[in-house]
Write a protein that binds this ligand. Structure first.
Ligand code: BGC
Ligand code: BGC
Length: 644
């Protein structure tokens, strides 16, 4: 076999030398014609041919060739079934592994909480590598691209560093830091064989009642564009082919942050997946610009939004996907549907699939019943409802990115990076981000920073000692989870680590402090929201919980100065309570590195964060458009933040 191959290759070399110039004339086979057997050597660019190693059988396998040549070569060899396979993304627990081989499935994903057992970085690498082996055994050996929502670090992986959610990074507003966070996240992902990140969220949330507010950087378009592209550049590096870089995915195209209350498509949701009721000029000015910036910064994959605009769901909008995104904005990468997003655009699945693909959706995040998806696309192509040109366009876009990522050369996990997952160096970047994300909203009589040598300190609030709560949604589980879900430093641990050996720190989550006596100079209360994700977090009422309010009132009597640290995915209504607080710090959802919070409280780092969202006085001021129209004063304006 090897010898025969060698013979063919040599023969080919000879032919090529005799025939420089005829190299471009290879006819592309049509999808109906049987593809040439994969061992048939194809023409290659003459300059590259000389370095072609003997084991390279086909042009598409030759890394020396330009990507477009490799794409064209591979596409010409593919059957319709293989092409449709490439357009299919399956949730990892739903895949029959053999189908990766026999149907050339293009992609798998872990949804929120889609971890292997045990949930360790090494087990992730083993899991993804095994899937990859099945894919590489397919007729043409096209590698799989595995995707996850690494929206604040590689957040489904226990032991990975968890960064602040984007709302906190919006407050930090530090593009250079964003790029470093992107690099760290990419390295932790690459270590596990995951080269595709469904991030950044470049939603420009106009209503903080939305459960995805924290996934976005800001209500301000320019800030979103700046930070989103900085992060994307960090993820993707100078070259996607670098083993420590991954593909980013600005999402959700377009207008996801502009939906109207009560317009949601899912029963229990209010805003999420709803209708963006704005005219085209507003859609472009507020919601589209971050995509323009992201494409300029090299975005190669974009996820379509569940939301609707102009009377129909984005997943079926040819105008916005094909004409605007791919045409006007010149996007050359591929689009991916959201999770089951195609199913939602029409009651009839056939209609839904035809509409979505013809609108310009290139890959479907199916995510479960891929047999049905594949059968439906096949039927639609055979019936002429989806053209082979559209299929080829979609597959060309997907393959282009796979080649650019270097997956054909390095399909497996970059396991040399495993030791870096959750490393002290990576955690240091997150700690810095946490400190920079803190927004000091009130600081009566310069309460903060606190001296480190206080005799005694009361710390209260469930959120003070709960890694899961300080991480929020999209951490280990889709909805996040309270408790000790992944290694990290709680805020309480960080406080203890920051004070002098002579300081007594008492902790009572209820704020009763029944076993200790008397008044203390300072109390730190950590209160706020418990984890949620997506529409599950849509809320009509953003008041502090009754329990938190009572606890704070109780506590007030026990301390000279009361410092409140808010853990939340958005501004909460604190108008009635703030008067009796001495200091208020918005810490957002800081992630695993609670030490960054203590760095601010005790002055190891200055407070520099600024509000990325307007802080309302009352629910009646929401959404933002109402506040703007009414001309009322919020509790704190956009951009507010004391410096200390
Ligand atoms: C979310 C996306 C996410 C996908 C996969 C969807 O529900 O809207 O943001 O990428 O699930 O987890
Ligand atoms: C998955 C998420 C996904 C969501 C969509 C969940 O079961 O874990 O990744 O975003 O479903 O509804």
């Amino acid at each position: 076999m090897k010898n025969k191959l060698k013979l063919i290759t040599n023969l080919w070399l000879l032919l090529t030398l005799l025939c420089i110039g005829c190299v471009q004339s290879q006819p592309a086979s049509t999808p109906t014609a049987p593809p040439p057997p994969s061992s048939t050597p194809l023409p290659a660019a003459p300059t590259a041919t000389a370095t072609l190693p003997v084991e390279i059988e086909a042009a598409y396998q030759n890394p020396q060739l330009p990507i477009e040549a490799r794409v064209a070569d591979l596409l010409a060899r593919m059957t319709l079934a293989e092409k449709i396979g490439q357009m299919t993304q399956v949730e990892k627990n739903s895949i029959q592994k053999d189908d990766l081989t026999t149907q050339a499935i293009g992609s798998l994903l872990s949804g929120g909480g889609g971890y292997p057992t045990p949930n360790t970085p090494a087990a992730w690498a083993r899991m993804v590598n095994e899937f990859q082996e099945y894919a590489l055994r397919s007729r043409l050996g096209i590698p799989l691209i595995y995707g996850v929502d690494a929206v604040h670090g590689h957040n489904n992986v226990a032991g990975a560093v968890i960064f602040p959610h984007n709302i906190g990074l919006g407050a930090a507003n530090d593009p250079e830091l964003m790029a470093r966070i992107g690099r760290v996240t990419a390295a932790e992902m690459a270590a596990t064989g995951v080269y595709w990140d469904f991030a950044p969220v470049v939603a420009v949330s106009q209503d903080i009642r939305w459960g995805r507010t924290y996934e976005g950087y800001s209500e301000n378009t320019a800030l979103v564009a700046t930070l989103g592209t900085a992060y994307l550049r960090g993820l993707q590096g100078d070259s996607l082919a670098d083993p420590a870089t991954v593909l980013g995915t600005p999402k959700h195209y377009v207008g996801d942050g502009g939906t109207a209350w009560g317009s949601a498509a899912i029963g229990t949701y209010h805003l999420d997946t709803g209708v963006t009721e704005v005219d085209e000029a507003t859609l472009r000015a507020v919601h589209l610009s971050p995509y323009v910036a992201a494409i300029e910064a090299g975005a190669q994959s974009i996820m379509i939004s569940y939301s609707s605009w102009g009377g129909s769901k984005l997943h079926g909008q040819k105008y916005l996907i094909t004409e605007v995104l791919k045409g006007e904005l010149g996007f050359e990468g591929f689009t991916v549907s959201d999770w089951g997003g195609i199913d939602r655009i029409a009651p009839d699945y056939y209609d839904a699939v035809v509409t979505a693909i013809n609108a310009g959706v290139d890959m479907a995040m199916v995510p479960f019943d891929y047999e049905r998806y594949i059968a439906t696309v096949t039927r639609a192509v055979e019936a002429g409802d989806i053209s082979t040109e559209r299929i080829d366009d979609a597959v060309r876009r997907i393959l282009r990115v796979k080649f650019a990522l270097g997956l054909f050369e390095q399909p497996f996990a970059a396991e040399m990076l495993l030791a870096e997952v959750g490393s002290p160096a990576h955690r240091a970047v997150a700690r810095e981000a946490v400190a920079k994300s803190l927004v000091l909203l009130k600081n009566a009589e310069e309460t903060l920073p606190l001296p480190t040598d206080l005799p005694r300190l009361y710390v209260t609030g469930q959120a003070a000692d709960d890694i899961g709560q300080q991480c929020g949604g999209w951490t280990i589980e889709w909805q996040g989870k309270l408790g000790d879900i992944t290694p990290g430093t709680t805020i309480l641990q960080a406080i203890r680590a920051s004070v002098a050996a002579t300081t007594t720190v008492d902790y009572d989550p209820t704020g009763r402090f029944e076993t200790v006596q008397g008044q203390v100079p300072v109390c730190i209360a950590v209160v706020g929201e418990t984890p949620y994700a997506e529409g599950v977090g849509d809320r009509a009422d953003l008041a502090l919980s009754v329990n938190d309010v009572r606890m704070l009132e109780r506590l007030r009597a026990r301390c000279d100065q009361l410092v409140v640290v808010l853990i939340s995915g958005r501004p909460l209504i604190v108008t009635e309570q703030i008067d009796y607080w001495d200091a208020l710090v918005a810490a957002w959802l800081p992630g695993t590195e609670g030490q960054g919070v203590a760095d601010g409280l005790f002055g190891a780092r200055p407070f520099t964060g600024k509000l990325p969202y307007t802080w309302p006085r009352a629910m009646e001021q929401l959404p933002l458009s109402r506040l703007t129209a009414d001309g009322g004063a919020p509790l704190f304006p956009f951009g507010y933040g004391l410096e200390r």
